[in-house]
Design a protein around this ligand. Sequence first.
Ligand code: UGA
Length: 446
Amino acid sequence: MKIAVIGTGYVGLVSGVCWAELGNDVTCVDKLQSKIDQLNSGEVPIYEPGLEQMMNANRAAGRLRFTSNLAEAVQTAELIVIAVGTPSLPSGEANLAFIRQAAEEIGQGLAGYAIVVTKSTVPVGTNERVAAWIGAHTSQPFDVASVPEFLREGSAVRDTLHPDRIIIGTDSDRAAAALEALHRPLTSQIVRTDIRSAEMIKYASNAFLATKISFINEIANLCEKVGANVEEVASGMGLDQRIGGYFLRAGIGYGGSCFPKDTQALIQIAGDVAYDFKLLKSVVEVNQLQRRSVLDKLAASLGDLNGKTVGLWGLAFKPGTDDVRESPAADIMAALLEAGALLKVYDPIAMANFKRMFYSDAGANEDIIWCEEQWEAVTGSDALCLLTEWDTFVQADLQRIESLLRGSVFIDGRNAFRLEQVAATGLRYFSVGRPVQRDSHSETMA
Ligand code: UGA
């Protein structure tokens, strides 16, 4: 199939590369010429395992190209995919300016029948507006469809090539048949819905996963108080097939470019139709509070944080990505600085992005030391906090942490270590929803 993908962010680039991998002829379009130049030189602008290699193999095979010329790409395409950003407005509502612009330009470029698919996460009803925006600029026939994306950063290629399901929301049988044929090599779980339901499935899925995380984080907080172990609780719960074991890892809360944005957008969508989505509002509030738990544990173990040195391991919102959007580390760092702590921070991949996004003006902030390697963040610190469970941290030698720290407090915000491992050390180890380990004895946090 001849496909034009508009937008070379995570979703657009990964989808385009994977469709080329399946043998389709794909042109990826982006307005930013510098990005197109970078892609044409064989470089992927994001950190995503396996993507660059697959992209270059498909470029070499002549199935994948990059251009800033939208009109040309659209003219010959049978399928046009909108995968541009929908950033949040201050109200939490999704900003559809890029979608509208793409739709209008598609309308101007259409030279014959095409299917226009929206992959960007958009509020319910947007695809009908997309159809109107396109229709205002063309007399060519076209169909619209919503095919939401469910890939995760860090495992985007695998998720795209092995999806749990494909949702095709369209009123057109012709478009549905073509989209089913395109996706059939990936899965037999293809579900046809109306457009509005497909749009809602995306928000509902992300909101439900966020709810699972906030739920288990509250159970974890309760476990700390009653002396239970959230890991055992989660695995016991997860064996019930109606609950499922995924997304029950307690920690310092969810971040990233999707859950925070999409939960806020769904609250806003509900508000627009005078529906008060109480549960989801609590999910968001719990998530915000969970970030504070690191500070509470530090304060409980170190006392006044003013003048204390705290090492931070991990700035990305999760391992496997250099994305720092809505990363819990940003709030935790800001609160620690506010409390007067001196920070020694390290992340194996996301350091440059983090600095650029949160500390570009305050590059000279004397209270932050940006470490060259992970052990520098530990050396001489009063406490170490693990905020992102990168392998290099999870596999770290606990004895070495103990010997390099000035103090002995280790806050593990991701339950990255087994309690038995830590029990063999003298570390005062505080994790999330599990018994506290100190000097080989365990006790519950009061
Ligand atoms: C999420 C969804 O998982 C994807 O299905 C969806 O396509 C994507 O959003 C999107 O809408 O584009 P992503 O943001 O890449 O994907 O990351 P996840 O792996 O879902 O993790 C999100 C956050 O939840 C991370 O901060 C992670 O640390 C946290 N998390 C995840 C937990 O705290 N506990 C868990 O058990 C799972």
